[in-house]
Design a protein around this ligand. Structure first.
Ligand SMILES: NC(=O)c1ccc[n+]([C@@H]2O[C@H](COP(=O)([O-])OP(=O)(O)OC[C@H]3O[C@@H](n4cnc5c(N)ncnc54)[C@H](OP(=O)(O)O)[C@@H]3O)[C@@H](O)[C@H]2O)c1
Length: 310
């Protein structure tokens, strides 16, 4: 439902962004639904404290606060918003914005902030190096499409796990091997990986441990938004430091930190063509509810984008 609301007011270290495109991801669905329940502590107990949804944004700077030094009116920027990006204007902290890659459309740029930043941090947390065998579970989704490309870009050997509809996409992103999970489970081939990046979050840890090399790292990114009333999939990520010492390999829970340093690094990789956003579907702002329903089904291809200005 579209509603007229006042443009957000910015503080000294903030930027008012005229939104051109916004990214939708499972985190938006979690904030909207208030599930799992633990999220309500941050998002609002009875209803969302922030009524406008959306965090990832690409747009044009409309105004800057008195302490902002890196941007001025008219700059094209992308990053993470504070006040909801499914809107014509949003408020963002300067430190969560970066200059938009010159070769991307707003639609493509809005596909980067949350998902590619998470993938980059997962690759770093999993200590992926050249020559490593890397298993990316959920390789056709928002985070996974970047994780495959970033692993490849580092000289690693990525294997993607996805459903049958995404096998050729995942291969085209640079995966050396692709496991179609409708045909084989991840331990079917007896391969041991140096890193497992799990964005799908629906396999038991015991199975992930069966495919990791003794010196490898299991990076838990996603938990599947429908599981567990109170903690949902977050429980496993939170428990990672506790369970890691008891068993083979290291287990780490990835918690994305949205800062411009990672976006600046991604800008370089995007402009050089080393990585490319995969935009699966685009919805106009008036149809954002349809985008959320599609996301809830749990099988999007790449990123879902809300187009605010054409
Ligand atoms: N830790 C953090 O800071 C952080 C940040 C961002 C996101 N996340 C979380 O990470 C997860 C993934 O995010 P996302 O944006 O990539 O979600 P997404 O775009 O919805 O992608 C999820 C992917 O998982 C695949 N999938 C579903 N069941 C699967 C299975 N059994 N085996 C392998 N793949 C399967 C889906 O496609 P197919 O089944 O068709 O292959 C889909 O492509 C979410 O739970 C999200 O909340 C965490």
């Amino acid at each position: 439902m579209l509603r007229d609301v006042a443009a957000p007011e910015i503080g000294p270290g903030e930027v008012l962004v005229e939104v051109h495109a916004a990214g939708a991801d499972p985190g938006v669905w979690i904030m909207m639904s208030g599930r799992p329940l633990a999220v309500r502590l941050a998002a609002g107990v009875k209803q969302p404290r922030q009524p406008v949804l959306g965090r990832a944004v690409a747009g044009v700077v409309a105004a800057v606060g008195s302490k902002v030094t890196r941007f001025r009116t008219g700059d094209q920027v992308y990053g993470t918003a504070e006040s909801g990006s499914f809107a014509e204007f949003t408020r963002a902290r300067e430190r969560r914005l970066a200059r938009m890659p010159a070769n991307l459309t707003f639609e493509q740029a809005a596909a980067v902030p949350i998902s590619a930043v998470t993938a980059l941090q997962a690759i770093k947390d999993a200590r992926v190096r050249a020559g490593h065998r890397v298993l990316v579970i959920g390789a056709g989704g928002g985070v996974g499409t970047y994780a495959v490309q970033l692993a490849k870009q580092r000289g690693a050997i990525p294997t993607g796990v996805c459903g049958p509809a995404k096998v050729s996409l995942v291969r085209s992103l640079g995966a050396t091997d692709v496991i179609d999970y409708s045909q084989h489970e991840i331990d079917a081939h007896g391969v041991l990986y140096d890193a497992v990046i799990d964005t799908a979050g629906n396999r038991p840890l015991s199975l992930l441990r069966r495919v990791i090399a003794p010196t490898g790292v299991i990076a838990l990114v996603g938990g599947g938004h429908a599981k567990g009333a109170i903690l949902g999939g977050f429980g496993r990520q939170l428990a990672a430091p506790l369970i890691s010492p008891f068993g083979r390999a290291r287990v780490t829970g990835v918690t994305a930190r949205e800062q411009h340093g990672d976006l600046d690094e991604l800008t370089g990789l995007l402009e050089s063509g080393a990585i490319t956003p995969v935009v699966g579907r685009t919805y106009p702002l008036a149809e954002a509810a349809d985008a959320m329903r599609y996301l809830e089904e749990g099988h999007p291809t790449g990123k879902i984008i809300i187009l605010v200005r054409r």
